[in-house]
Design a protein around this ligand. Structure first.
Ligand SMILES: Cc1ncc(COP(=O)(O)O)c(C=O)c1O
Length: 369
């Protein structure tokens, strides 16, 4: 009998060795979980840790979901109407499009499709954690190529890191958590490096820069988008990828049949129909980002980085980021902090409504690190 048997966990011997020690993904918690811990109501929480839209979703989404007669019916596995709507929005034909349960799922599906044991991906760190996490879950190796001091890509370093086993190069643009926008020209060499180039434009609507229109011209370019950030649909989980039609067909073949739920499908349609309203909220966030940036510059122990997304990364130059995170948490304000080697003592603050800026800045002025 093994130790696991003795502990009553004989299933442990069946778990893939490389997954047994996989670190937990540091996901954010919901207000329903956080509020009781602090003795607050969920509405009292100021949530600036998830890069969500502080204005919520379109009122048209709320109304359509309240009366949707199809919630008991499975959604269309071929996503015909959804892909048609996304085609109208992106200007790229439906045959180039696959939708997923968040863009997280498209990342996972791409990796499942291309990675064989021992294959690798190139990750320009610091960046969004799911590229690393999903690669490991899919049995791949992650080759980290640090970004430069200003968080721009080290394109030469990335090209040099590509070898015969490299299947994907990931570039978040703008990057999370740094807010850095890589100019389109800097991406060109990566398009011809051999692996798929996945340009993750989760924050496109805030930056205004996209390479979506180039997808039909390149056979190795994939663009990822989401409704979680600009459209306020993070809770419904819907994202999509633009890619060569043959690749899209492969993803449609391997995806779980009903991966985008009916409520999400309805919400996408209504969001796109109410695009002007939603882009109004995006405009308000972009304006507020500049006000928040100026206010953070005036906090003596913070050094904010310019951002083209809906969040701002700050170096904490006195005290440490974790304590600052905790001090804000006690006041019901949630931000993200990092303590990885490259992001030692940094915090990321999502841009909220003006009253959220006022509250977080007041708290930051009061806290003595
Ligand atoms: C760069 C980037 N890509 C993808 C995602 C995931 O988005 P979704 O909610 O569509 O899975 C995020 C979320 O934080 C992100 O920052």
């Amino acid at each position: 009998m093994t130790t696991s048997d003795a502990a009553g966990e004989p299933w442990r011997a069946l778990v893939r060795g490389d997954l047994a020690t996989l670190p937990v993904y540091q996901a954010i918690q919901s207000p329903e979980v956080l509020a009781p811990e602090l003795g607050l109501s969920p509405e009292a929480i100021i949530k600036l840790d998830g890069n969500e839209n502080p204005y919520g979703c379109s009122p048209r989404v709320q109304a359509a979901l309240a009366t949707c007669p199809y919630l008991h019916i499975y959604p269309d596995p071929a996503q015909v109407a959804l892909r048609r709507d996304l085609s109208a929005y992106t200007g790229v034909g439906p045959e180039y499009i696959v939708a997923g349960s968040g863009s997280d799922e498209i990342i996972d599906l791409l990796l499942r499709l291309v990675l064989e044991p021992g294959d690798s991906v190139i990750n320009a760190v610091p960046t969004f954690g799911m590229y690393d996490f999903s690669t490991r879950v899919c049995g791949g190796r992650v080759i980290e190529v640090p970004r430069k001091r200003d968080f721009q890509l080290d394109v030469e370093g990335m090209l040099a890191a590509v070898d015969g086993r490299t299947k994907i190069i990931f570039v978040a643009n703008p990057n999370n958590p740094t807010g850095t926008l890589t100019p389109v020209e800097a991406l060109h060499p990566l398009l011809h490096a051999g692996p798929l180039l996945v340009v993750d434009e989760a924050y496109y609507e805030f930056s205004g820069q996209t390479v979506a229109a180039r997808v039909p011209q390149h056979d190795k370019l994939v663009v990822l988008r989401t409704f979680s950030k600009w459209a306020g649909l993070a809770g419904l989980r819907v994202g999509y990828g633009l890619m060569p039609p043959g690749l899209a067909q492969h993803l449609l073949t391997i995806k779980p049949p009903y991966n985008v739920n009916m409520a999400a499908e309805v919400a996408v349609r209504e969001s796109l129909a109410d695009r002007d309203y939603l882009m109004g909220t995006v405009g308000a966030v972009v304006q507020e980002r500049e006000r928040l940036y100026s206010a953070l510059e005036r906090i003596p122990y913070l050094r904010p980085w310019p951002s083209q997304a809906n969040f701002i990364l700050c170096a904490v130059t006195r005290g440490d980021a974790r304590s600052l995170h905790q001090a804000l948490r006690r006041r019901g304000i949630f931000i993200r902090y990092f303590d990885t080697p490259r992001l030692r003592d940094t915090v990321r603050i999502t841009v909220g409504r003006p009253e959220h800026t006022d509250a977080v800045v007041r708290a930051l002025e009061e806290i003595e690190p």
